[in-house]
Design a protein around this ligand. Structure first.
Ligand code: DC
Length: 227
């Protein structure tokens, strides 16, 4: 009997802090697949725009930036909780792209059709090579609708805010739970109501509600689907 082959293109979508990146990077490692967190690209474009004092309301400028930005995502160089290094213009911006300033502006930049087109095309080119776990908001619906396995990970805003809070405290930072929660609810609203590629599960996605599940349990479920 031949051994069944695992799905080659795996799409993991869901809202902020639903655990996609943690579970996705573990899965990619177990399968020896590429792990690709597409949110990093939207974050990097937003970070560059803020760093250069650009007008984030200027859709044409943001689109041009997304088309031309050289964003490098490499194997992690440090063990500080990162799944990969994010390098822009030779500078390691791994944690800069996760700043609260970027958090507050990334939904605006990622709602622009031109920005989405430029970045989705780059993501699709990488995804179509296969043997990839791609994480985002619209991977199963828009970027790679032909994905072999689509999983949509969800959790209540309260649970996701708690996870984000714990993450910041663990890294030695300061955090305010209520502030994280209200910003998360606002980002969910913007991501799921935008006109282009809004956050939603694909019709053929397996939905996993993770509130009551540990990271290990979610991981085990998805790994099981790959067998
Ligand atoms: O997953 P994240 O929090 O790092 O994503 C940052 C933002 O990027 C998120 O608010 C919405 C956007 N995003 C998107 O629109 N499409 C994707 N495929 C990934 C992220």
């Amino acid at each position: 009997m031949t051994k069944p082959t695992p799905p080659s293109i795996i799409a993991l979508d869901g809202p902020a802090a639903s655990g996609k990146s943690t579970v996705g990077s573990r899965l990619a490692e177990a399968l020896s697949y590429l792990f690709f967190d597409t949110g990093i690209m939207y974050r990097a474009v937003t970070w560059i725009a803020l760093d250069h004092d650009m007008d984030l309301k200027n859709e044409a400028a943001m689109t041009e930036l997304a088309q031309n930005a050289q964003i490098d995502v490499r194997q992690p160089s440090q063990k500080d909780g990162r799944a990969s290094d994010v390098v822009v213009g030779g500078k390691d911006v791994t944690w800069d792209v996760r700043s609260s300033d970027v958090d507050a502006n990334v939904s605006l930049v990622s709602a622009y059709a031109g920005v989405r087109q430029a970045l989705s095309e780059k993501q699709r080119n990488i995804g179509m090579r296969g043997r990839v776990v791609m994480v985002g908001r619209d991977i199963g619906t828009v970027v790679l609708p032909e994905a072999d396995l689509k999983v949509y990970m969800d959790a209540s805003a309260e649970e996701r805010a708690r996870r984000r809070y714990d993450e910041i405290i663990e890294r030695g930072g300061k955090a305010d739970y209520d502030e994280i929660l209200s910003k998360m609810v606002e980002r969910d609203r913007l991501d799921s109501t935008r006109a282009v590629a809004p956050l939603r599960p694909a019709d053929d996605a397996v939905i996993i509600q993770t509130d009551e599940l540990s990271e290990d349990q979610v991981y085990a479920r998805i790994l099981e689907m790959c067998k």
